[in-house]
Design a protein around this ligand. Sequence first.
Ligand SMILES: [Zn+2]
Length: 134
Amino acid sequence: MKCDEVFATLASGEPPGKEQEIAAHLDTCEDCRADADGIAAFKHALKNPELYEKDPPKVRDAILKAAYEKADELKLRSKPERNRQALLALALGAALGFALGFVTGRFTAPAPPPAKKSEEFGPLPPPGDMLGPK
Ligand SMILES: [Zn+2]
């Protein structure tokens, strides 16, 4: 199994039957282990938004703007390998967003009450829409 295949499988939700192949690859590939950790953290944050401080709107908007610009730039190049980097950029941007929200919430003011509704985060566009046709 190649790195791109591992990433695509992990990012899309691990269809049954590939666990051993993926585990074998992760045992030998540091890059993919880092990707797997990032994907897991990203999915955890999406499933458990109440565990994370919200970003101030200004920070969230800046992250989304940068992600959209990067996705558009990569879509123009339209090489398959670039999709992986775009997904990574989006995942890292989102993870960084959560981390920034946590840090700014901790050090600049008393923590606001936790968000009760996930829609307070605003709609997250599905990554496929941002990356264009495969
Ligand atoms: Zn790999």
